[in-house]
Design a protein around this ligand. Structure first.
Ligand code: ATP
Ligand code: MG
Length: 429
């Protein structure tokens, strides 16, 4: 049998990693400037965590859960998203304790799993980066987190990102709106897609989120949730808008935007990029003030977002973002002969301890082949170690492009390579 990776998964090859690491490094740097700290939670959890958090009727739970019974007959699921796990960890580890300053700000980067039909840009294992901010209900929190996402896109170099904003209000607002929406949609029921017919009865707000053309036409004239906000929710939303304006962050109000998950209230948002005439959501999130309590924690407001990394990378590639290339090698050590191979190990080890990036030959190939490897690995400098060099301790360090050389000794290089390295690189031109 030919072994192949499971359907819907991908190998991220070494040559792709520079891009992934670039994005992750930017994310960590930006998020940490806003005082967010990383959290890592298990890749699988009890099934119930996700079924309860995302809502029994959500697409994730009804169609996409990657769940199974383990050997101990426990119903577990590979995590489909990061918020439920983060909330569970917040409650289970008592991060709500009064001695821990609020808000508690956390981010995660990792694999998520959804049993979807694989197609372009859609996988069964994919990666999300997300942030969650617990313990503070304040428009300034919402605005700070949206500003952070914007800062991240700017730092990565992604352009043409538009912030779409809406409010789902509090539960009273949503109940009033839900009824208005049912009243509006019911006369169109026969024309709705099968999924939306079902949604109309289970969760009518989701009809607004449909990607079917027929549904989109119908919902275009649906009533706006903003007309059903309670006074308090309306004041909150208007403060969010004012503060976005104070930070010169442009946004558009999108009253048909709802989130795929059930737990949101008040502010919700998406960052959308137009790629070849297609609107792509790169980042989506909002406020979820009830979820911590729902998981038996104390009443705790929260705000966060999730962002699909495959999609972000695809957009970055389309926009020809200048990813930092993988770092070139500092030194390649060409090795000839048995005595030289042990000395080569000592020399590479001592250079790496001095924080130089080094590769060596392991297989006693012809020198010409070894120099080709040095070329391919973009090594700045080459040291050739034969049995003669091993014996006398005298070596030459050669710049691979300028051909300039320095004569030195193994012990000088092992003690402190920096003067030689700098001499060869500074005089490069
Ligand atoms: P969609 O409507 O596209 O299915 P969603 O509402 O399921 O999106 P979220 O649950 O909000 O998406 O997840 C946030 C992001 O994760 C998405 O914007 C997308 O970039 C990414 N994402 C979701 N599912 C997949 C998948 N199967 N493969 C790759 N990326 C995904
Ligand atoms: Mg989906």
């Amino acid at each position: 049998m030919k072994l192949q990776k499971p359907k819907g998964t991908a190998d991220l090859l070494p040559q792709d990693m520079a891009k992934w690491q670039y994005i992750e490094t930017m994310a960590r740097a930006v998020f940490e400037d806003y005082n967010f700290q990383e959290i890592r939670t298990p890749m699988f959890e009890n099934y119930e965590l996700f079924s309860r958090a995302t809502g029994e009727t959500s697409d994730i739970v009804t169609k996409e859960m990657y769940d199974f019974m383990d050997k101990g007959d426990r119903h577990v699921a590979l995590r489909p998203e990061g918020t439920a796990s983060t909330v569970r960890a917040y409650v289970e580890n008592k991060l709500f304790a009064p001695e821990i300053p609020k808000p508690v700000k956390m981010y995660y980067i990792g694999s998520m799993f959804r049993y979807e039909r694989p197609q372009s840009g859609r996988f069964r294992e994919f990666h999300q980066l997300g942030v969650e901010c617990f313990g503070m209900k304040n428009p300034a929190v919402d605005v700070e987190v949206m500003a952070m996402a914007k800062n991240f896109f700017d730092t990565v170099g992604i352009t043409g990102v538009t912030l779409h904003l809406n409010s789902l209000g509090d539960s009273d607002s949503r109940a009033a709106y839900r009824q208005a929406l049912i009243d509006y949609l019911t006369p169109f029921e026969a024309e709705l897609s099968e999924d939306s017919k079902r949604r109309l009865h289970e969760n009518p707000l989701r009809v607004l989120d449909s990607k079917e053309e027929a549904d989109k036409k119908i919902v275009a004239d649906a009533p706006s949730i903003l007309d059903y906000l309670s006074e308090e929710s309306e004041a909150y939303f208007s403060s969010v808008r004012q503060q976005l304006e104070a930070l010169s962050i442009d946004y558009v109000i999108d009253t048909n935007m709802v989130r795929g998950l059930d737990y949101y209230n008040d502010t919700i948002f998406e960052f959308i990029v137009n790629i070849k005439g297609q609107e792509l959501t790169v980042c989506a999130g909002g406020r979820y003030d009830g979820l911590v309590e729902y998981f038996d924690g104390p009443e705790t407001p929260a705000f966060g977002f999730g962002l699909g990394l495959e999609r972000l990378l695809m957009i970055a590639e389309q926009q020809e973002v200048n990813f930092l290339p993988a770092e070139p090698l500092d030194v390649y050590i060409a090795v000839m002969g048995d005595a030289a191979t042990v000395v080569a190990s000592q020399l590479t080890e001592s250079l790496r301890r001095q924080a130089y990036k080094v590769e060596r030959d392991f297989s006693n190939r012809k020198l010409a082949k070894q120099f080709q490897s040095a070329e391919k690995l973009a090594a700045e400098l080459v040291i050739t170690l034969g049995d003669n060099e091993a014996e006398t301790g005298n070596i030459k360090v050669k710049h691979n492009r300028t051909r300039k050389e320095v004569e030195t000794t193994i012990s000088a290089v092992s003690n402190d390579f920096s003067p030689i390295f700098e001499a060869l690189l500074i005089n490069e031109d």
